[in-house]
Design a protein around this ligand. Sequence first.
Ligand code: FEO
Length: 405
Amino acid sequence: MKKEIFKAVQISEHVYWVGAIDWSIRDFHGYLTSRGTTYNAYLILADKITLVDTVKAPFKDELLARIASVIDPKEISVIISNHSEMDHSGCLYDIIDYTEPERIIASKMGVKTLTNHFHSERGITAADDGGTISLGNMDIAFMETRMLHWPDSMFSYLPEDRILFSQDAFGMHLATYERFADEIDDTVLEYEAAKYYANILLPYSNLIPKAFEKVKKAQIKPLIAAPDHGPIWRKEADIGKILGLYEKWAEQKSQPKAVVIYDTMWKSTELMARAICEGLEKENVVVKLLPLRAVHRSDVAMEILDAGALIVGSPTINNNIFPTLADVMNYLKGLKPKNLIGAAFGSYGWSGEAVKQLEAMLTEMKINIAGEGIRAEYVPYDETLIKCFDLGKQVGEKIKETNIN
Ligand code: FEO
């Protein structure tokens, strides 16, 4: 690839974005990335030229071309790996071999994780948590952010330009030519940041306030937050906005909103779902009806982020829940959503185990069952649909009570 075509983008006095844009990815380890993504890497033009993170392996040439548009990549003296996941480290060892830097740095866990990925240590040394190293005319500081969202995750901070390199945190899957958040529509930013949080960071929500506290104690006041995916936050109001959203999402405070997910074989469970939604709507709560044959698991996760209830419906097939429900419930269980109430429903032919199975899953997820599960033998009679409507109303009332208290 040519440096005359793939250019770096200057983001501050000493720092350039040298990442790659992946316009075509739609499946990011099971997460539907409808708008593609970027793998962000950053070049610091200090005395000791430094590369922060790399990109997914197939994008190595794009990274090198963008670096070459500023300096000869062989001038790189220091490489920092803030996060070992392969969308940021996939070509790290190739870049190390090509540039032969003096120093390669990762967190303590990062050294271990990278070694286990690439089966070689390659001279990577561990950064001290809270420590700094000199890049000649400026320093760079390190701060471990374990389990946000991998054990190796680490922030780096360049006080000279007041840039926080935050790896996955504050990122989103969004392929654009615009490099800065203030150049992108707010609705898109908030949607994609929420989807990213729900699918990547939600299980570790309790660690977010601790990470913020750590940043505060270190007296880090970034003017720019530079994540490893999506746009860079460079305006005070934008940084304040994304931090505020993270605080809100980490609390998992529910809104008066119910998410109803279902699948159906011959439209009976669908009919029940519709009746439940009508009942919910009667209580003036926001209702999201998500048919799993049409809605991806990662979009369900996104809708759950601020919901107060999860209502699940499945027909019974061969004594079991429908496969799409098994997929989504397993995925949601791993994300550990909090502050939800729930209920289950579904039609059946002769044994009808699905509703009990779904209730057991909800209970295992620590979701309080808010109303008795409803089963319909084959096609629901009107009285069963009325029960569904009433269940919707009942859940709607409880969501509102929760939001008042
Ligand atoms: Fe973008 Fe956890 O990798």
